[in-house]
Design a binder for this molecule. Sequence first.
Ligand code: NAD
Length: 281
Amino acid sequence: MQLIDGKALAGKVQSNVASEVEALKKEKNIVPGLAVILIGDDPASHAYVKMKAKACENVGFYSITHNMPDSISQEEIIATIEMMNNNPRIDGILVQLPLPAHVDTDKILEVIDPKKDVDGFHAYNVGRLVTNLDAFVACTPLGVMKMFEEYNIDLKGQDVCVVGASNIVGKPMASLLLNAEATVTITHIHTKDLKSHTSKADIVVVGVGVPGLIKADMIKEGAIVIDIGINRIADGSLVGDVDFKNVSPKCSYITPVPGGVGPMTIAMLLSNTLKSAKARV
Ligand code: NAD
């Protein structure tokens, strides 16, 4: 069994981004800029945004956070996004999810200029991903693809089971895998017999938010298991969606939680923002 070290790979991606930022500054006087819109006071959202801001600083980006109260109106959020759409110093706009219940998330995401949609959630980018055109792709699944590349895992013709079908994790993950010519099965909460799908797969990618959902008898010998789940359990520790202790001995490769997919998400956000800055006209 080999661990896929997301922390190390994320560090490598970030230092490549940092060198490219330096070159971009020198050659074109461009400093990539990221705007984050953070609404309410959910501690997890605040922690993620803090990590993102720190990562921006580390690679030499310009970054701003618009911190708004829970009571903010949808119109005010839209006005802020439009301001960022028109701000030439901003290459990427990220709206930290989840949004308060009175805000229409789909509507908000559609307001972001697709060229600054570094989270890859806008329908324009989702459509381009599905048709295998160049697009901004959601950072978490993009990070998983980077892991496959780094560990020379060939996806062509492999049976891959994606567990979880959200717009931000499972669906873009499945599209990327399909584009890489894997045979993809997508499962979700209403799947009748999850084990019948996971146990046949060469690769299982799981992102559902249920600690320990994937057990040893659901995985075939030698499979590759990618755990996207991040769950804080009663004792305060972070665990994934895979019963790591019992599943890992059966795997050829597996990602740990923490230190697996998590760090890759921020690394790919930086990479997407750099890509946007390089496309400035
Ligand atoms: P979500 O709630 O939007 O979607 C969950 C998906 O899992 C749904 O498609 C649902 O049908 C499916 N599901 C739920 N219970 C299931 C079950 N028992 N069996 C099969 N399918 C089931 O969640 P999300 O935003 O996609 O996040 C999923 C997990 O990934 C969470 O733990 C989240 O914290 C984590 N996550 C991690 C990162 C990262 O950077 N590593 C990024 C985003 C999300």
